[in-house]
Design a protein around this ligand. Structure first.
Ligand code: GTP
Length: 390
């Protein structure tokens, strides 16, 4: 077993212990002792069902990492993030809103000395699906670029399959011209650094983001979509659905986070996405006021949830419940919406197909769990017992 120390504020110290001498890696945080029960991560077992794709949030201090997590996944209002304290330990969180949106986010403290030899970055990167590096665009970003280069090169060596996602953040403070110029400059410098190191094969994706508009949700949607193995199937189903129903555009949304997990193959523009987010907010707000029972029980989003909003430009927005956490939001021309019966019938077929995709996934998960348990029971352990050395 090796010990990792993350110095906290006011002399407090969080000690993260992880045991890697066996395929099972256990992470234990001293400041958060209850967490160890959740943190049994089986990195080396390809059939493990405990491991969720991990998204790391990294970047310099005060770049906005915790704010992003709080705004996207905790519905915190952007203004409240002004009062967020600096993160002094790795914060891990499970996001399991639906069968597709299922991952773990690790928020790293900005002050962490990531390249301290006692820091086991191999363990961290091995189970990582996406590494989001947040750069504060309102600050001098040279130090951030140097840190980005170090982080990406180390991570790539351990795990070349990681998606590197660069959030050029806090762009609300920049003019439109300045935004484009900043993105071009960061893109150029980051890729030049990689080329100088002979690592031009590493692909970096760039996003302009701010917690004060929808850009952060859109960027997170794209990051999450890359981690959903069923994405091509979902896109295909959406393409078939819209082309047979006279629909202009359709999004499959995770209602809780407002991340869209898939859309058809026509291009997405920001305004369309914002309208969908606003519609979800309206539906949930109205349901919370008028949709609950007199005693306050019930949920604001259920099988009955649907909404039609007619815009003044002959476009109709149509929202329907797909599963407990997913909604389909469509853009339809008024004349096509006259054939609502056809749309509803096709939607019924679409929902059935989505359920089938879920079922296949559940079957795979169940059989992997079964195989995994069977193998764990058989293999000998380090201390001769069949239990984890916790
Ligand atoms: N203008 C603007 N400010 C932002 C944005 N996102 C975050 N901030 C502000 O940036 C400051 C730092 O945010 P944090 O989320 O605490 O930053 P962090 O990267 O988690 O910081 P550490 O925990 O120290 O590593 C806060 O005052 C936020 O309100 C944004 O998109 N635009």
């Amino acid at each position: 077993p090796s010990w990792l120390h993350f110095p906290g504020e006011n002399g407090a110290e969080d000690t993260v212990w992880h045991y890697t001498s066996w395929p099972l890696t256990c992470v234990y945080s001293a400041l958060d002792p209850g967490a160890h029960e959740l943190q049994i991560l089986d990195f080396n077992d390809p059939f493990s069902t405990e491991v969720k794709p991990r998204i790391l949030l990294m970047g310099l201090r005060r770049s906005g990492k915790s704010s992003i997590q709080k705004v996207v996944f905790h519905k915190m209002s952007p203004n409240e993030t002004l009062f967020l304290e600096s993160t002094n330990k790795i914060c891990r969180e499970d996001v399991s809103n639906s069968s597709f949106v299922n991952f773990q986010i690790w928020d790293f403290p900005g002050q962490i000395d990531f390249f301290d030899p006692t820091f086991d970055y191999e363990m961290i990167f091995r189970g990582t699906g996406a590494l989001i590096f947040v750069i504060d665009s309102q600050d001098d970003y040279m130090e951030a670029l140097a840190r980005l280069h170090l982080t990406v090169t180390r991570a790539y060596k351990v795990n070349p399959d990681i998606n590197f996602e660069i959030f050029i953040h806090k762009v609300d403070g920049l003019s439109d011209d300045h935004k484009i110029e900043t993105q071009r400059d960061i893109h150029q410098r980051a890729n030049d650094d990689l080329a100088d190191a002979g690592l031009e094969k590493i692909h970096l994706s760039f996003y302009l983001t701010s917690i004060y508009d929808h850009s952060i949700f859109e960027a997170f949607s794209k990051v999450v979509q890359k981690l959903i193995p069923q994405l091509p199937t979902l896109e295909n189903l959406l393409n078939i659905f819209i082309s047979n129903s006279g629909i202009e555009k359709a999004f499959l949304f995770d209602v809780v986070s407002k991340i869209y997990i898939a859309t058809d193959s026509t291009p997405v523009d920001m305004q369309t996405y914002e309208l969908c987010c606003d519609m979800i907010d309206v539906v949930i707000d109205i349901s919370c006021i008028y949709g609950l029972k007199d005693d306050g029980t019930g949920t604001p989003y259920d099988k009955e949830s649907m909404a039609i909003i007619k815009l003044n430009n002959t476009t109709v927005l149509y929202l329907k419940e797909v599963t407990k956490f997913l909604a389909l939001v469509c853009f339809v021309r008024e004349e096509s919406f006259e054939r609502k019966g056809l749309i509803d019938y096709n939607f019924h077929c679409f929902r059935k197909a989505i359920q089938e995709v879920f079922e296949v996934r559940m079957k795979v998960v169940r059989s992997r769990k079964h195989q995994s348990h069977a193998r764990k029971d058989k293999r000998p352990t380090a201390n001769g017992t069949s239990r984890l050395p916790l």
